[in-house]
Design a protein around this ligand. Structure first.
Ligand SMILES: Nc1ncnc2c1ncn2[C@@H]1O[C@H](COP(=O)(O)OP(=O)(O)OP(=O)(O)O)[C@@H](O)[C@H]1O
Length: 688
């Protein structure tokens, strides 16, 4: 699409704009060649074609309304320009009613008051490409057929003859008449009487001759129009007799029918009337502008073009069929209408009309092809954009998951927030935090590089650590954050997250930390049972103030520092296998909260001197853990997700173990698990 490049470039720079434009064209061209069939413009990929065909067409309704407006334009044009005969008015009214019904059907989906069955039909029409196409074709054909009926109105059969003999005293007269066949009746439209004048006739005789002629004409006129008396002007000679040549005079009388009496007939010709006489006659009978029928067809072609989403081959077929039918009407069925004497022009009316239709046909086909290409390319771009967006969201979700697994929830949230100042150092000082160091001192005895270069030992250590991690998924340990593992030492802290509101007791999290240490011991005993080992846990816990933060530009880690941390580490290193050692202050806090403690006495601690410490034996009977879970939804979801990652990882590790020893790669396993997890979380609609 080239928008990113365009975005960077100065929009006022004409060279940049031209380059962007040409890049866009080139990329569209490439996309078209790669994906679309050259002739049918269908997608090369059937699946893509299927998807495209199943798209709901939002413009269908507006296109149909547009067609209806164009029909009203045809109606207005024909009503104004053509004689308002029964056939014309009837056909236009019928077509308008039919098309109105079609529009109501199309729009029915929008209105609640329309019966449900009609709304269902409407919805089917809008959503199903096949029905939609058939419907549009039916509407366009209806428009074209009814627009063509105006031609029939212009069709009259005008015949001429010399069937009227007028004789006077001693004079011989010939007449020529023009008659119009209207339906079954033939009426005389004009009589031209040529009288050979008798030079011997005196003025009185000549007058009598004229009177006789008028009389005769009135008789013929009355025969043709029984109700001529109602409109005597019809049978009145239109001009006085005039001498023509060589002693002859011409007396012309015209009896023109009223427009309302003109009936249609398929055989139309101007008889022996030519040139201006023909045009004059036609203007009197009301069919002086047959080209308006052709203009109506042109409007029908425009209506085809307005149906933007109609498949271009269907549009082409419709337009070609319409123009072919119209050509047949012009050339074969009604040739007289378009073959009047237009000697002053270079092209006959028929040729002019055919040229006009050919030009519009070409335009409509070209437009249809362009619209089809654009809408299909647009579809491709949208598909690509949707794919990229999906990938982007997945990557983002995976990144978030990784961050949430690496950092404590509240720290990850801080780094994921949009309004965080860039390059800002994250650190936090907390007053009342618990720190735990839990090590397996006899793991070093177990570790041997003889078995698969130590991989099996690492695998077992990993199993143990994963077991400890799983404990953190329990709601009661939500206030505990794993900080890291150093060798076979597990380090965790409680009360770090400022968003965890303390309950009644601000040291609840410390109690949870001690419970966690007890649970770790139980887990390790389970591992021992299954692996026939005798690992023992040595735990040191301390509480007090510390500083937490993220350090490092590459592979940043969250860590904690301070005397409390050092003290906890020392409690571990100076502790006893299988025991939880705490300093005096921590022991007091725990004792007050129902823990059973066994004083150890004074212990020499590096850098501190002699410290009074105690062992935590467990909870006193009857004092259950009083900690109430106060996790935010965010962190509980993160815990669930993390648990799923770990479960998946364990499963992978176990299945690998069953298959045989292999190289263990925790990061690869984690990345794979996060990838799979991202999908599973997305499936469950969990928004983190
Ligand atoms: N953030 C931390 N992560 C891991 N261990 C820590 C951390 N902070 C302190 N310790 C550990 O706590 C112990 C006590 O630290 P302290 O700074 O008091 O002593 P030290 O002089 O560094 O002792 P040593 O020489 O035994 O490491 C150290 O063994 C240290 O490894």
């Amino acid at each position: 699409m080239g928008t990113s490049v365009a975005g960077d470039r100065d929009r006022d720079d004409p060279v940049g704009v031209i380059m962007d434009h040409s890049m866009e064209i080139e990329s569209n061209e490439r996309m078209r060649k790669e994906n679309l069939n050259r002739w049918t413009l269908k997608f090369n990929d059937p699946e893509m074609e299927n998807k495209f065909c199943c798209l709901r067409e939002d413009m269908f309704k507006s296109n149909m309304v547009c067609c209806f407006v164009l029909w009203l334009l045809i109606v207005a044009g024909q009503t104004v320009m053509l004689p308002a005969t029964f056939v014309l008015v009837g056909s236009l009214t019928a077509a308008t009613v039919i098309l109105s019904g079609a529009i109501v059907l199309v729009m029915a989906e929008e209105f609640a008051w329309v019966p449900a069955s009609i709304r269902a039909m409407s919805s089917l029409l809008v959503n199903n490409r096949f029905y939609r196409t058939a419907f549009v074709c039916a509407v366009l054909v209806t428009m074209a057929v009814f627009a063509s009926l105006s031609l029939v109105v212009c069709s009259y059969n005008i015949q001429t003859g010399n069937d009227i003999e007028v004789s006077g005293n001693g004079t011989v007269t010939t007449t020529s008449t023009t008659s119009i066949t209207t339906g079954t009746a033939t009426t005389v439209s004009s009589i031209t009487v040529v009288v050979r004048a008798d030079p011997l006739l005196g003025p009185a005789r000549w007058e009598r001759q004229q009177a006789a002629l008028r009389l005769r004409h009135r008789r013929d006129c009355a025969q043709s129009w029984p109700n001529a008396s109602a409109s005597p002007s019809r049978c009145r000679p239109t001009r006085a007799a005039r001498p023509v040549a060589n002693g002859t005079v011409e007396l012309a009388v015209e009896a023109l029918p009223q427009q309302s009496e003109v009936m249609s007939n398929n055989n139309y010709k101007c008889g022996n009337l030519t040139g201006s006489a023909c045009r004059e006659f036609l203007s009197k009978v009301g069919c002086s502008s047959p080209e308006y029928s052709v203009y109506s067809w042109v409007v029908c072609l425009v209506a085809i073009a307005t149906c933007l989403k109609l498949y271009f081959l269907v549009k082409t077929a419709l337009a070609v069929a319409l123009v072919a039918a119209q050509s047949v009407l012009i050339v074969c069925t009604f040739p007289q209408v378009f073959s009047r004497d237009y000697t002053s022009r270079m092209l006959t009316p028929a040729t002019q009309m055919m040229t006009l239709l050919a030009v519009f046909l070409t335009l409509v086909i070209h437009h249809a092809r362009l619209v089809e290409i654009i809408s299909r390319l647009d579809f491709l771009w949208k598909q690509q954009a949707a794919r990229e967006l999906e990938e982007m969201l997945e990557t983002r979700q995976n990144n978030n998951q990784l961050l949430l697994n690496i950092l404590p929830d509240h720290v990850a949230t801080h780094f994921l927030s949009q309004d965080r100042p860039p390059e800002e150092l994250y650190s936090q000082a907390r007053d009342k935090v618990g720190v735990l160091f839990a090590s397996i001192p006899n793991f070093t005895e177990f570790y041997s590089e003889d078995i698969n270069k130590g991989m099996e030992c690492i695998r077992l250590l990993n199993e143990i650590i994963v077991d400890f991690d799983e404990l953190l998924d329990e709601p009661r340990f939500v206030v505990i954050e794993k900080i890291k593992t150093v060798g076979a030492t597990y380090m965790a802290a409680s009360g770090l997250n400022p968003s965890h509101q303390p309950g009644e007791d601000e040291w609840d999290h410390l109690c949870a930390l001690v419970d966690f240490a007890l649970a770790m011991k139980t887990r390790l005993e389970d591992v021992n049972k299954h692996s026939f080992n005798h690992f023992q846990l040595r735990v040191g816990i301390s509480c007090g103030p510390l500083v937490g933060g993220v350090i490092g530009a590459r592979k940043p880690v969250f860590d904690v520092w301070g005397n409390t941390v050092n003290e906890a580490s020392r409690m571990d290193s100076t502790g006893t296998m299988g025991m939880i050692q705490v300093p005096k202050e921590t022991a007091q806090v725990l004792e007050a909260r129902g823990f059973l403690l066994q004083p150890r006495g004074l212990v020499e601690v590096k850098g501190k001197g002699r410290m009074e410490t105690s062992y935590v034996v467990g909870r006193r009977a009857g004092r259950a853990a009083g900690f109430q879970r106060q996790a935010s939804q965010y962190s509980s979801l993160a815990a669930v997700v993390y648990g799923m990652v770990q479960a998946r990882r364990r499963q992978t590790l176990r299945s690998k173990a069953v298959k045989g020893p292999g190289v263990f790669s925790p990061l690869a396993g984690l990345a794979g698990a996060v990838g799979a997890l991202g999908a599973s979380v997305a499936d469950q609609g969990v928004a983190l």
